[in-house]
Design a protein around this ligand. Structure first.
Ligand SMILES: C[S@@+](CC[C@H](N)C(=O)[O-])C[C@H]1O[C@@H](n2cnc3c(N)ncnc32)[C@H](O)[C@@H]1O
Length: 213
């Protein structure tokens, strides 16, 4: 939740900040899907690195007729995600939760229309980003879309961050240097994605999107 508040510091609440950040991210996904996908509807969504389910719930709310799966490496985060979801009004399509490595999920090939990686890859070495993108390509149907949202290397705020703060951040996010040097668009293109396009969806974050031909 703090991701939203830092991106939109003038928002009156964390909730409002997240509505803006996630609203922009979801709008970018919808626009790219409508423009670039040959498929008409998004029926199956996989949220890789779902953590406690914030991004997963935003996806499920925006696409209520889709079957949404949240997947994470951490069984503890998944337990919290499930607990929080139980406290909500029941959905027509309940969210499924899967404990797996996003680089090798064991889920069937060609089974999703949208794979999302929200705020995951800044925590990963380049090797893992390549693995996550390749696995997303395998999991998506033709016309399906991968959307990666994360810190933007072009963000003015992030570029002007004090070196002390950046060093402090690296104490919990050790691959930040590597992340900023990784060309995500190139990795997606090399994996086979087409229509690879990146847009700044809030002052700190970009969303990189691509389609399976
Ligand atoms: C910052 S959290 C993501 C937050 C969430 N997507 C959201 O926007 O609400 C990053 C998550 O990525 C997960 N993660 C990192 N590498 C992963 C991998 N290879 N497979 C699955 N999950 C992974 C971590 O366990 C962590 O829960």
């Amino acid at each position: 939740m703090s991701i939203g508040k830092r991106a939109i510091p003038n928002a009156s609440s964390v909730d409002e900040a997240n509505q803006v950040v996630c609203g922009n991210w979801l709008q970018a996904i919808e626009q790219h899907y409508q423009l670039c996908s040959v498929n008409s509807t998004i029926n199956d969504i996989l949220d890789i690195g779902c953590s406690v389910g914030v991004s997963t719930r935003f996806l499920a709310d925006r696409f209520p007729s889709a079957k949404v799966t949240g997947l994470d490496l951490s069984p503890y985060f998944l337990a919290v995600a499930q607990f929080k979801e139980k406290e909500m009004i029941p959905r027509k399509n309940p969210i499924s939760w899967v404990h797996a490595n996003g680089e090798a999920t064991d889920l069937p090939s060609n089974s999703f229309d949208l794979v999302s990686l929200a705020y995951v890859i800044h925590e990963c070495p380049t090797r893992a980003i390549v693995g996550l993108v390749k696995e997303a390509f395998r999991l998506l149907r033709p016309g399906g879309m991968l959307a990666i949202t994360d810190n933007s290397p072009k963000s003015k705020i992030l570029r002007e961050l004090s070196p002390v703060l950046f060093t402090l951040m690296k104490s919990t996010e050790p691959f930040l240097d590597e992340y900023y040097l990784t060309d995500v668009e190139e990795i997606m293109t090399e994996a086979g994605f087409v229509n690879v396009y990146s847009t700044l969806t809030d002052p700190r974050h970009r969303t990189v999107m691509g389609t399976v031909p």
